[in-house]
Design a protein. Structure first.
Length: 231
């Protein structure tokens, strides 16, 4: 278990604070797939009793982020190739639709806002701050989603947000060529600015597919390394 920050929000019940912190730590990769979640250690780390830890683990199990293993207890759920494909195939399709609609709807001010957000993304890349790169990447895509003007589409994408976040962090922390991401973002901005919906859609889908391919390859390598080390 790596060190992870415990953010306390005194306006929330303790069980919700514990749940949010553990959930964020798993999604950010502070806990690795297959790693055990020891109630006593977590309680000591967070300065709480075991009860809110146990409640949080149950909720995380319902979300598919934790699995209960007989005679071992709670573990962080493994990332499988099927999980990656299922989530990112849906994301590619939805983002393709979102960017097509955005291309039709975006006005000069919207493009200006997108460029500003992308400039912040580029600054984060140059500063080599992975957490900031992730947050600015999310903000970049959110501008496009909002510009689609389709509330149901935005709602569905938001429902996928946390599942996508797990793969996004894995990608940006461990795999991605950040300069390539900058190039892809700039290409998307240009397609939107020049009102080329088909090109923008192709670029958005390719952007997600590149992530899918890289995360699957990275996951296979990690799985292979674990198998060799256990032999």
């Amino acid at each position: 278990m790596q060190d992870f920050q415990v953010g306390l929000d005194h306006y929330l019940p303790l069980r919700d604070i514990v749940f949010r912190n553990l959930r964020t730590a798993i999604l950010r990769g502070d806990f690795q797939p297959g790693e055990r979640l020891m109630e006593n250690q977590l309680a000591d780390k967070m300065g709480v009793s075991r009860t809110p830890i146990r409640e949080a683990i149950r909720k995380l199990e319902l979300e598919g982020l934790v699995v209960m293993v007989p005679r071992k207890g709670a573990e962080v759920a493994n990332i499988t190739e099927k999980d990656i494909r299922d989530v990112l195939e849906v994301r590619a399709t939805l983002e393709g639709l979102a960017i097509k609609l955005a291309c039709e709807n975006m006005q000069t001010d919207d493009i200006r806002h997108l460029i500003q957000v992308n400039d912040e993304f580029i600054k984060a890349v140059k500063a080599k701050k992975a957490d900031d790169v992730i947050e600015r990447d999310i903000a970049f895509h959110d501008v496009i989603f909002e510009a689609s003007g389709n509330e149901k589409l935005i709602q569905i994408l938001n429902n996928l947000r946390e599942q996508i976040y797990r793969y996004r962090t894995e990608y940006i922390y461990h795999i991605a060529d950040h300069n390539q991401l900058v190039k892809e973002h700039l290409q998307i901005v240009e397609a939107l600015k020049n009102k080329k919906p088909e090109l923008a859609t192709d670029l958005a889908i390719a952007h997600v597919q590149a992530q899918q391919k890289s995360v699957i390859e990275h996951t296979k390598k990690k799985t292979g390394c674990k198998k060799k080390s256990s032999e």
